[in-house]
Design a protein. Structure first.
Length: 372
């Protein structure tokens, strides 16, 4: 049996198309993602807004507003204020050194040169100060509560609420890439079926007359496939983490376990596709690729929020999608400290694999061939 294992190992490694789809293509696609999306995070990061506040008598008398500007400048780092006289404020605005300036007279006024998100946020702060001003005066809210009320509105309308300060908007593409690479391992499963079923290839017909049972031959081929695919997934992860600097969190063991479970899931799906029809090997691989790309699309590979849309509108589709399971598990390792969501998706992936194997076994048991 050992010589069969070694031969199968050599055959798989020598077949360039298998290595291309399961390793070279995912690495190339990951490199493309990195080149295409490398500047997205920087462009989406909130930048402190440069403003000027006219330091006149009305401003110095308004302790609540002074404290609000201070809090939004030091605690939240929303504003970078300069306290200047009116002429300096006008000059800074004319020379595009600031996004706008605030002038306290009978009312608080905001002066801007153009419209934009930064200018809207400045106006919103002033508007919210007026809205909560009466509350501050009548129910004696402290300065911290004033800041909290203003921040609540800003978070609701302008800022995204995130659970982790290291959130990146592009990681979803790389997480679905791992899921896609796992399912591409199905080409090994298809090859294992082709090489063991006598009605699918001449080589398999010759192998089936040997004293070794064809189920054992298939099992050896699948073990070889799992070892190769798992190793390739670890290489892909190593490339993404160490070369492209993609953050997968700091929980290495769960990441490795997920890579193994994903490899097994992909190969089991390939076996089912291989056994379910009598088409050529190229056709079977084409079916696998089409299904994998469709599942990857629904998991968010092409459109970042697609997975959330699917989970919201067609939840059952997200629950049975192995690429989505892998993506969610990777997200949980990245965003959260506990492993509850990770284990939920890992368990779902194991069930998916079990279903694929069970159906494949039923199909295999029903097949009967004439002796050659």
């Amino acid at each position: 049996m050992s010589h069969i294992f070694i031969n199968q190992f050599k055959i798989c490694l020598k077949k360039k198309s298998l290595i291309f789809w399961t390793l070279i293509f995912p690495i190339a696609l990951g490199t493309f993602f990195n080149l295409a999306f490398s500047n997205i995070d920087e462009s989406e990061k909130f930048k402190t807004i440069d403003i000027a506040v006219v330091n006149n008598e009305k401003f110095n008398e308004n302790e609540s507003f002074k404290e609000l500007i201070r809090a939004l400048s030091t605690d939240e780092e929303i504003f970078n204020p300069q306290y200047v006289n009116l002429e300096e404020a006008k000059s800074l605005l004319d020379n595009n050194k600031i996004k706008g300036y605030i002038l306290l007279e009978e009312k608080i006024k905001v002066f801007v040169k153009e419209n934009g998100l930064s200018q809207t946020i400045i106006k919103s702060v002033v508007d919210n100060f007026y809205q909560v001003g009466s509350a501050v005066n009548h129910i004696i809210l402290d300065k911290q509560n004033l800041k909290n009320l203003v921040m609540e509105d800003l978070n609701r309308n302008y800022f995204k609420d995130v659970s982790n300060e290291k959130v990146s908007s592009i990681v979803t593409y790389f997480y679905t890439l791992i899921g896609m690479a796992c399912l591409y391992g199905g080409v090994f499963g298809i090859k294992a079926v082709i090489d063991s079923e006598s009605n699918l290839s001449k080589k398999a017909a010759r192998v089936n007359v040997s004293p070794v049972h064809k189920f054992k031959l298939l099992l050896v081929s699948l073990v070889v496939a799992l070892i190769i695919q798992f190793t390739e997934n670890l290489i892909l992860l190593g490339y993404l983490i160490n070369i492209l600097k993609i953050d997968f969190g700091n929980q290495t063991l769960p990441l490795i376990i997920l890579a193994g479970a994903g490899s097994f899931a992909g190969i089991s799906m390939g076996v089912l596709i291989g056994l379910s029809n009598k088409k050529s090997e190229d056709t079977k691989v084409g079916i696998l690729m089409s299904v994998t790309m469709a599942l990857s699309f629904l998991a968010g590979m092409m459109i970042k929020n697609m997975r959330e849309l699917v989970d919201k509108n067609i939840p059952i589709l997200g629950q049975i999608n192995p690429v989505s399971m892998i993506t969610k598990a990777l997200y949980s390792l990245y965003y959260y400290d506990d492993l509850n969501i990770y284990f939920q998706n890992l368990f779902s992936l194991i069930i998916f694999t079990f279903v694929m194997i069970t159906i494949s076994y039923i199909i295999l048991r029903r097949k009967k061939y004439d002796s050659i």
